[in-house]
Design a protein around this ligand. Structure first.
Ligand code: HEL
Length: 346
């Protein structure tokens, strides 16, 4: 059945709501069979009052995980990596359990503890403690291995940034180059993603961007400008910078079969149920919407920025929505309504 037409009035209502709930600004862009819809609300900069624009760049957080997965699955297509091989075959001695496979990492079923849970237990002081820090991948893995694993390898889904830090180590070991080079050569340049950058450990967002504001844990405390940070705590798990246009192009190309073989895209779309309406594949989320449509993509939550970037199975309709705040669950949940507007016409 044909998709309902996007509802841009509904989308405007969602963005108005997230601004009312504390985001300084929000944006959304739908690309639908070559036709583009743009909606914005509020400001990119609370000091100057500049209005947010759908052209503004921003930190995409864990949407980065899909980019990292694409690189590794391209290496599988090139017969340089096996999904069901132990990680320790490629990185001897890294992990304390030889049963943890590459597929376990990319589906969050390794059981590796998520070090960021401790790092950001206190949101503002945790962020301030690391915003200028530069970690090595192995330092982050060591933080994880200090804690017990959450489950036996493959036994359960348990979201963990550690999985995609190890994935970054795999990319660098197998390509002999930094992840920045892999993103650039394998995704950014081929798709002409001119707003997409991996600048770690630099703290500045290149070009025109929206500032991002961390909501403190204490109700009523002032927002913290989180725009400048190394994102070294995340790297291949969350440090990319992009834009609504570029993410729509990326998921359109991925879902349209232009980045991976059909077999690898099928691997990505083998889903583990997470909740009644969500599931996780390999670096890819599925969300089942109220109108019976399922959409595929990823969400992101990095200090100052919430992102949803999803598309239809064939990639012919994609949506990216972003609010320039974080640590505000009401905003994160309300912003999910952008999917209902974009794909269910609500
Ligand atoms: C599962 C998520 C939502 S969280 C995960 C990852 N982001 C992080 O792990 C950072 C968490 C700290 C962010 C911080 N929160 C706190 O400090 C809370 N004390 C804030 O909101 O600014 C990402 O991005 N993922 C999202 C995803 O994949 O959708």
């Amino acid at each position: 059945a044909a998709l309902p037409a996007p509802n841009t009035a509904g989308l405007a209502t969602v963005l108005r709501s997230v601004v009312a709930q504390g985001a300084p600004g929000a944006l959304a862009r739908i690309d639908d069979h070559g036709r583009t819809h743009r909606v914005t609300r509020g400001v990119a900069d609370r000091v100057t009052g500049r209005a947010i624009s759908t052209g503004d760049r921003f930190r995409i957080g864990s949407v980065t995980k899909t980019f990292t997965t694409v690189v590794l699955l391209q290496l599988v297509d090139e017969h340089r990596l096996a999904l069901d091989a132990p990680v320790n075959r490629y990185l001897p001695g890294l992990l304390p359990d030889d049963r943890i496979t590459v597929r376990h990492l990319l589906s969050h079923r390794s059981g590796l503890y998520d070090y960021s849970d401790d790092m950001f237990a206190a949101s503002v002081s945790g962020f301030e403690a690391v915003r200028e820090k530069v970690f090595t991948y192995r330092q982050l893995v060591a933080l994880s291995l200090k804690k017990p694993r959450t489950n036996a390898p493959g036994a359960a889904y348990s979201y963990s940034n550690t999985n995609f830090v190890v994935a970054g180590l795999l990319v660098e070991k197998l390509t002999g180059k930094p992840v920045r080079t892999a993103y650039r050569d394998r995704i950014i340049q081929p798709l002409k993603l001119t707003d997409t950058f991996y600048v770690h450990p630099d703290t500045a967002i290149p070009g025109r961007h929206t500032r991002g504001y961390l909501t403190p844990d204490r109700a009523g405390a002032p927002l913290v400008d989180a725009t400048a940070q190394t994102v070294s705590w995340a790297q291949s798990a969350g440090a990319l910078i992009s834009s609504a246009r570029d993410l729509d192009v990326f998921y359109g190309a991925l879902l349209g079969g232009r980045l991976l073989s059909a077999a690898r895209l099928a691997d990505m779309e083998r889903f583990t149920k997470v909740s009644s309406t969500t599931a996780y594949g390999l670096g890819l989320r599925r969300r089942d919407l109220s109108c019976g449509v399922s959409v595929y993509g990823h969400t992101g939550a990095v200090q100052g920025y919430y992102t949803y970037s999803f598309g239809t199975k064939d990639g012919e309709r994609t949506l990216t929505a972003m609010a320039n705040t974080s640590n505000n669950t009401e905003v994160l949940n309300t912003l999910a309504g952008a999917l209902e507007s974009a794909f269910c016409g609500k």
